[in-house]
Design a protein around this ligand. Sequence first.
Ligand code: AMP
Ligand code: MG
Length: 424
Amino acid sequence: MTSGATPDATAVDSSLSSVEAYRTAILAAIAPLAPASLELAAAEGCVLAEDVTAAVALPSFDNSGMDGYAVRAADVAGAAEDSPVTLPVTGEVAAGDIGAHRLAPGTAIRIMTGAQLPAEADAVVPVEWTDGGAARVAIRRAAEHGNAVRYAGGDATEGETLLTAGTRMRPMQIAVAASAGRSAVTVRPRPRVVVLSTGDELTEPGSPLVPGRIWDSNSYMIAAAAREAGAIAYRRSGVPDDPKGVLPALEEQLAHADLLITTGGVSMGGEHDVVKAALRELGTVTFRKVAMQPGMPQGFGVIGPGGAGGVSAERGVPIFTLPGNPVSAYVSFQMFVRPAIAALQGADDLSLPSVRATLTGPVRSPSGRRSYLRAVLDGSKVTPLSGQGSHQIAYLGRANALIVVPEWETRLPADDEVEVLVLP
Ligand code: AMP
Ligand code: MG
């Protein structure tokens, strides 16, 4: 069966949650952070919780759109290449000049871009149409009424809405707010995310490795991914596989976290799956199998308030327990945590862009689970990387996309068209 064909219902295991159902349940449980007024410079990456309107008309005064000469259009109506009009230059007005300039009939005033248009002037002759004279200027082309003039209110009228609530403050939006005279805006701030990696095998990169141990990559990766998604991220590496240690380690972070993420310790059973064991006791975190590969074992819930299991916070803090294998953790982050970070800001703009592309080689996928295969997207072609094991991090560094293989497909041939998610 090729992609796009009708799904075979029997191919989907009903004991698994679908990716969509799981994501919907997560987003339904996330309440947006309280809005706060932040200085403009600190508001970058935050999401507006108010509309921003123009305090004054933009621009607030008639000004020149070019460097040249302010004139009366009637005075230069006869100007032509072979019969220039020559006018005396009576002054100069630069951007920022707040003096009262008035243009006398039959004269010109040198004017710079952004400078206030002198009273009685109704056009600007660009310097390129002239000889650039200082005392007298020869004008070789007629300028119509309003030529190169930026009229007051031509960009926005006073009170006009320039940015609406829900807009993310990227550089252009910061510029709009500043241009509207705002030094602070009311926004939902960047969520504070704490990433805890668990496992007795974890060693900090930079420390020597002994057999049986590995360097911790997840806490760095997930914290970086959270920052990339606009969060403020902190990492706490190597929480030991000690059932008594997990809750206190989480509790320590509650006061300064809007979102907690653990990696590891949630496999399908076994006394070493300490995250699952510790959180299960609280009863507020649900562990599910999601119909995807990688990333089947997932956990999500809210911990605190009220001291359940010794964990307390003023309001509940959402927690994701991601699988330990790095590729599973990464894919799970992109599928579930990234949209949750947006939801904490009252936004829904962080799902990965999806495109269609042609496979350059065949792919395989387990029946009943949706595969996300690391791949290189190049224009309209997508090449699956070899080494798709969840622990195989070597090729993760080459991937710029994930090929989506639907639940009901077990193999797709080269040249098939597939959905591809573009990685940030
Ligand atoms: P777990 O989910 O704890 O059973 O871990 C599954 C696999 O992921 C094991 O091979 C772990 O060694 C590996 N793993 C767990 N945590 C990390 C981490 N922070 N960095 C790299 N690999 C990890
Ligand atoms: Mg572990």
